[in-house]
Design a protein around this ligand. Structure first.
Ligand code: FAD
Length: 432
């Protein structure tokens, strides 16, 4: 009999909760990864950076396990069908995985655990992605928080060395099942190809963290960690990172708290995946002008900070947080386009795309979510540029034609758009 650890968005062997529990289960352990055909089929870019990144990391894990005298079982297909097949190949007795908070993932895990139960096999799920999840941080009346600041206070209060301890998986590596080398499907065989863009490094220096509070809002600088891709796929450990942050930067630690916050919003309020957190905002009569949406997507709005951000996204798959806030606000407020359109565009393009953080960010910008700013507060993209890119360095990097005759004129007048947004929100919320 063997234990299987099923890796999903936790692609590492060190400090991994599910792996630790599998390795200490008293049985030999098989490491499994499934390229989920249902997810891959929805992607329309054949050079999707995320698929390439996962594939690269799987090859690396495969090689690491090879050096440990084992191998990695890598399959491609629909998870439930893959599992049916696996059960006929291996004498599986227990399955270990780390929890995921997205609706699709929860349904998938439920289906697989149902199948396993039919065979008398237990499915054990662990917290690994988040520092606190589910009901670990609740209000005094045992309800989930819907506002960040009190949530973060409780989160910080509760944070201690126990929750940030690493799982010492290395001590138990002799429990991997000796296996012949298992095949790994190529990217091309799944109809993908490399994007050939560099991936960011997996570490952040203490010196960047020390200056983080001063540098993080200036997109021309390398003032943020760019670890989001690694946090998304679990190629680094959130506990290790939080320990480093604890010692170096309260502001950075607070960002990791936002990450947990949005995981728990999605877990407790799964309707946010399709609807506004505050449902009354779903009555807003969005203009949804397709030509304007296309200009926004292509970075052709005539607002240089918005255009720079969208071009950075299109070209690199990443956008600085300050600029994400500005472009999102511009789409929802200045153009009155449904936040879900922007959310979906980001989901396609962001290499660090994460449903909970992306949804949280979009609903925040549209004012429909938790922590909603009053609707009459509308970002001024020109003022934001002056404040956060005072020398125009970031703008010129992505919009080289800026300040020349070749640069497009603004597609909408700021003062008019601001008033239109305020009037539309006000009328809707008053039910007029
Ligand atoms: P750093 O500033 O170095 O922060 C460190 C880590 O903290 C990040 O990697 C991230 O994991 C976490 N973090 C920081 N800010 C937030 C936040 N506001 N919410 C949740 N976690 C946060 N982040 C994603 O990881 N995936 C997304 O799909 C995503 N979509 C967003 C959409 C919008 C409209 C907005 C406004 C924000 C979005 N964010 C998203 C949050 C934030 O912009 C990114 O996490 C950040 O820019 C990633 O760069 P970094 O690793 O250098 O961040």
């Amino acid at each position: 009999p063997v234990s299987v650890v099923w890796l999903r968005r936790d692609l590492r062997l060190h400090d991994n909760a599910a792996l630790y529990h599998a390795l200490t289960s008293g049985r030999k352990v098989i490491v499994l990864f499934i390229f989920d055909r249902l997810i891959l089929n929805q992607l329309d870019d054949r050079a999707d950076q995320r698929v390439e990144y996962i594939h690269t990391e799987i090859l690396d894990l495969h090689a690491q396990l090879r050096r440990l005298g084992s191998s990695m079982v890598v399959r491609y297909g629909e998870p439930i069908l893959v599992w049916q097949q696996l059960l006929s190949e291996f004498p599986v007795e227990e399955v270990f995985a780390n929890r995921d908070y997205e609706v699709y993932a929860k349904e998938r895990d439920q289906a697989v655990s149902g199948l396993l139960a039919e065979h008398g096999i237990a499915f054990q799920a662990y917290k690994d992605q988040a520092i606190f999840d589910h009901d670990e941080i609740l209000t005094g009346s045992n309800t989930p928080y819907t506002v960040f600041t009190p949530y973060s206070r409780k989160w910080l209060d509760k944070l201690n060395t126990f929750y940030l301890k690493s799982y010492p998986t290395e001590r138990y590596f002799d429990a991997f099942l000796p296996l012949d080398e298992q095949p790994v499907i190529g990217l091309e065989a799944m109809d993908f190809k490399p994007a050939q863009k560099p991936f960011p490094g997996k570490t952040v220096s203490d010196s960047l963290l020390k200056h983080y509070q001063q540098t993080r809002d200036f997109p021309a600088q390398k003032g943020t960690s760019e670890l989001s891709l690694h946090l998304r796929f679990g190629t680094i450990s959130i506990r290790e990172l939080a320990r480093q942050a604890q010692a170096a930067s309260a502001t950075y630690l607070n960002e990791l708290c936002w990450r947990d916050f949005y995981f728990q919003v999605l877990h407790h309020f799964p309707h946010v995946e399709r609807e506004s957190f505050r449902r009354e905002y779903d009555a807003i009569p969005w203009r949804n002008n397709e030509a304007e949406f296309e200009k926004w997507c292509n970075g052709q709005t005539g607002y240089p900070l918005v255009d720079a951000g969208m071009r950075q996204l299109n070209e690199s798959g990443w956008m600085h947080n300050r600029v994400r806030m500005v472009v999102a606000s511009f789409l929802c407020k200045h153009l009155l386009i449904d936040w879900r359109w922007g959310e979906a565009y980001f989901a396609k393009k962001l290499r660090d795309y994460d449903l909970s953080a992306n949804n949280g960010g979009w609903q925040w910008a549209a004012g429909t979510g938790t922590d909603a700013a009053p609707y009459f507060r509308v970002f001024n993209p020109t003022e934001q540029a002056k404040k956060f890119d005072p020398k125009g360095e970031y703008i010129r990097r992505w919009v080289p034609e800026y300040n020349s005759l070749g640069y497009v004129r603004p597609i909408v007048d700021h003062a008019m758009a601001r008033q239109r947004a305020i009037d539309t929100y006000r009328t809707t919320l008053k039910g007029e």
